[in-house]
Ligand binder design. Structure first.
Ligand code: JFZ
Length: 589
C-alpha cells in the first residue's frame, strides 16, 4: 500500500501573473484563526463513559458510530453561549487577519443553513440558527477575512462519501454521486449565501481522483474567482501548500505555505484535553513559521455551548499583545534570506530591513555569519530610538562576511525580542551551509544535493524539507559547507517521525567527508528538545567525530549502507523510509 500522497504541495503551474494577487491578503495576514465546531463538541472526547485518546472530531469514525446513533446528537445541539462577535473580536485581538470555520467536517453535518441537505444546524437542531451567517456579518463588520473549511472527500454521513464502511458497503459507493448530490451543491450555497469568501480550506484528499479535485476547484473559481483553494484539495491543485498538521519545517520553505496547528492536542473540543501550549511556545512558533515562509493557522474548539475555552482565549490575547508591539516584523513579512534557522532565534524580512527575533537575551557581542549586504543601522523594534553600534568584517581564511552588533543594555522582553537591521539594499547572503559563531554547523535537507549511484535517484527532499522515499542504499545527500575554525567536531544525525506513528530506525548510514568515514546504525539515543519535537520527535544518533585541518570549504555526503525497512513503519501518510531531518556538528568536548 503506497503512502497516501496528500500532495498538498502546489505544483508550479504557468499561472498568469494576476493570479498571484489573490494571495496578497493571505500573505499580509500571515496568521489566522481555525475553528473546529460541530456535533462532536457534545460528546467532547468521551464515548460510553470512556475518554478517547485521539482528536475529538474523529469520534464517529474511530468508534464506528452508526449514522442513526451519531445523528441523534443534533437533537441536543443548542449552544446558549454562541457569540460570533466575541469570536471575531478574539481573532482581531490576537492579531489574526482571517478565520476558517468548519462548515462541514468529516461527520457530514453542515454547520450552516443547507437547503440541499437536511442534515444541518438549522433544520436538524433545536437551535434552528445559522452560525455562519453570524460570522459572515461579524467578519465584514470587524474586517476579518471569512473562510470556510469543507471536507470534500471524507463524509461519514452520506452513503457515497468516503470512509464510512460500517453503515455503507465500500464497493457500493459512487463518489461522483456524492459530489453531484452534496459537495458541489453545498459549495454553491457557501459561495452564494454569505458574500465574498476568502478561501475554501479543503482537507484530507485521500480517495478523490485528480479529475474530481479539478472539478471541485473549477466549481469554486467559477462562483468566486478570487476565492483561494487550500492545498488539501489534493493532486497539487491548491493555491498554496500545506504540510502535515502541527508540522514545523527544518528550514525555509519555497513558495506559499500554511501550517495548521492546535492549542492543545485536538481540533474539536475535548473536555479533558488540558495540555495547552504556552503563549511563549505559540509566539515562538509564529516567528519560526514566518521566518520560513509559512502562514500559521491556529485552532480553537468551542464547546457544545459555543464557549471558547478560557485557556485558548488567554493564549490568543497574549499573542495579540506581542504582535501589538512586534507585528510589523510578522504581518506582510517575507522569510529569512538564510535557508537555515539559528540557535539564537529567527530572521524575517520586509523590504531592506531584516528583523532579528531573539528567543533569549542576545549576547553583548553578537555575531552573524554570511550577510553580504551593507548594514546601515540597528535598532530595537519596540523602541526605534534605541540604536546599537555594529561593524562588518570578513574572516581572513575564507572571506566569510561577519556582522558584529554591540547589544549593550538590551532590555529583553520575553518570549521574543526583535531588532531591526536596516540594509543598504535587499539582503544577499552566502549560499552555502556555514559554521555558526557558536561553532556548530547544521546540515538540512533543503540545502542538500540529492544524488545516486544508480541512474536516477528515488529519494527526494520534500517541499516540507524532510527526505521522502529514502528506501535504498544507492541514493545520497551531499552538502558543500564552510568551516571557519579548524578542529574536531562531534557528529549527530537527526531523523524524525510523526509522533503517533512508528519511527523508521535501525538503518546503517555512512557519512563521508574529507576522506573520513563514519558508519552507524540509527538508534533512538536521544530526542532533541525544541519546537519541532512535540509532534515530530527529533531522534538523535551520535555518529562519532570528524576533523577539519584548516578553515575552508568541504563536502559532506550521507548515504545508507544497509536499510532496515519494516512494513509496520508504513502508514497512511509516511512511506516507512528514512525521514532525515538534519546533521549537526558541534565542537568536540
Ligand atoms: C485533518 C482532519 O482529519 C482533522 O480532523 C483536522 O480537521 C485537521 C486540520 O485535518 O487531519 C489531518 C490531515 C492531514 C494529515 C493529518 C491529519 N496529514 O497529512 O498527515
Amino acid at each position: 500500500m503506497r503512502a497516501v500522497d496528500i500532495s498538498a504541495v502546489k505544483r508550479p503551474t504557468r499561472r498568469r501573473a494576476h493570479d498571484r494577487d489573490d494571495l496578497a491578503w493571505w500573505r499580509e495576514a500571515r496568521f489566522g484563526l481555525f475553528i473546529h465546531w460541530g456535533l462532536y463538541a457534545i460528546p467532547a472526547g468521551i464515548w460510553r463513559g470512556k475518554r478517547v485518546p485521539y482528536i475529538g472530531e474523529w469520534l464517529m469514525f474511530r468508534e464506528k458510530i452508526p449514522v442513526a446513533t451519531y445523528a441523534k446528537l443534533a437533537a441536543r445541539f443548542h449552544p446558549r453561549h454562541w457569540d460570533a462577535a466575541a469570536i471575531v473580536r478574539l481573532a482581531r485581538q490576537a492579531g489574526m487577519g482571517y478565520l476558517v470555520i468548519t462548515t462541514k467536517h468529516h461527520d457530514g453535518f453542515a454547520m450552516y443553513r443547507s437547503k440541499v441537505n437536511p442534515y444541518n444546524v438549522v433544520d436538524a437542531t433545536p437551535w434552528h440558527h445559522d452560525p455562519i451567517a453570524d460570522l459572515a456579518r461579524e467578519c465584514r463588520r470587524q474586517g476579518i477575512r471569512l473562510c470556510f473549511y469543507y471536507s470534500q472527500d471524507l463524509d461519514w454521513h452520506h452513503p457515497d462519501g468516503a470512509w464510512n464502511d460500517w453503515d455503507y458497503a465500500k464497493d457500493q459507493k459512487q463518489p461522483d454521486r456524492y459530489l453531484r448530490e452534496k459537495v458541489l451543491p453545498q459549495l454553491t450555497e457557501l459561495l452564494t449565501q454569505y458574500g465574498p469568501v476568502g478561501m475554501i480550506w479543503f482537507d484530507t484528499p485521500l480517495t478523490l481522483t485528480r479529475e474530481q479535485s479539478a472539478r471541485i476547484r473549477r466549481h469554486v473559481k467559477r462562483l468566486q474567482p478570487q476565492c483561494l483553494v487550500s492545498g488539501r484539495i489534493g493532486h497539487g491543485l491548491g493555491d498554496y501548500s500545506l504540510p502535515r498538521d502541527n508540522f514545523l519545517p527544518p528550514g525555509r520553505l519555497e513558495g506559499d505555505w500554511e501550517t495548521c496547528a492546535t492549542l492543545n492536542h485536538t481540533w474539536g473540543y475535548k473536555k479533558h484535553d488540558h495540555e495547552w501550549k504556552s503563549a511563549a511556545n505559540l509566539v515562538t512558533t509564529l516567528v519560526d513559521l514566518t521566518s520560513k515562509g509559512s502562514n500559521y493557522l491556529l485552532n480553537i474548539g468551542p464547546d457544545a455551548d459555543g464557549r471558547v475555552p478560557a485557556p485558548s482565549v488567554q493564549r490568543l490575547r497574549a499573542i495579540g499583545a506581542w504582535l501589538s508591539v512586534n507585528g510589523t516584523a510578522i504581518h506582510g513579512a517575507s522569510p529569512s534570506p538564510f535557508r537555515y534557522e539559528f540557535p539564537w532565534g529567527r530572521i524575517t524580512t520586509k523590504g531592506c530591513t531584516l528583523y532579528f527575533h531573539f528567543f533569549a537575551n542576545p549576547p553583548r557581542h553578537f555575531q552573524l555569519h554570511g550577510l553580504r549586504t551593507r548594514v546601515t543601522g540597528v535598532s530595537a523594534l519596540a523602541t526605534p530610538r534605541t540604536k546599537f553600534s555594529f561593524r562588518q568584517t570578513s574572516t581572513p581564511a575564507t572571506g566569510t562576511p561577519v556582522l558584529e552588533i554591540d547589544f549593550i543594555n538590551v532590555r529583553f522582553r520575553t518570549p521574543v525580542t526583535v531588532f531591526a537591521v536596516h540594509l543598504a539594499a535587499a539582503a544577499a547572503v552566502e549560499p552555502l551551509t556555514l559554521q555558526q559563531p557558536d561553532d556548530t554547523v547544521t546540515f538540512i535537507g533543503p540545502m542538500a544535493r540529492v544524488g545516486t549511484d544508480a541512474a536516477k535517484p528515488e529519494m527526494r527532499v520534500g517541499g516540507n524539507g524532510l527526505s521522502e522515499n529514502w528506501r535504498n542504499t544507492r541514493d545520497w545527500l551531499e552538502w558543500r559547507f564552510t568551516v571557519l575554525h579548524p578542529g574536531r567536531y562531534d557528529v549527530t544525525v537527526v531523523t524524525t517521525h510523526q509522533h503517533l506513528e512508528p519511527w523508521s530506525g535501525g538503518h546503517t548510514l555512512r557519512l563521508t567527508c574529507e576522506g573520513q568515514s563514519l558508519r552507524r546504525k540509527t538508534m533512538r539515543e536521544a530526542v532533541l528538545p525544541g519546537l519541532r519535537s512535540t509532534y515530530y520527535p527529533q531522534i538523535a544518533t551520535r555518529f562519532g567525530r570528524l576533523s577539519f585541518p584548516r578553515a575552508g570549504t568541504y563536502t559532506l555526503r550521507l548515504q545508507a549502507d544497509r536499510m532496515n525497512l519494516r512494513s509496520k513503519n508504513k502508514t497512511l501518510f509516511s512511506d516507512g523510509g528514512i525521514q532525515f531531518s538534519e546533521i549537526r556538528l558541534s565542537p568536540a568536548a
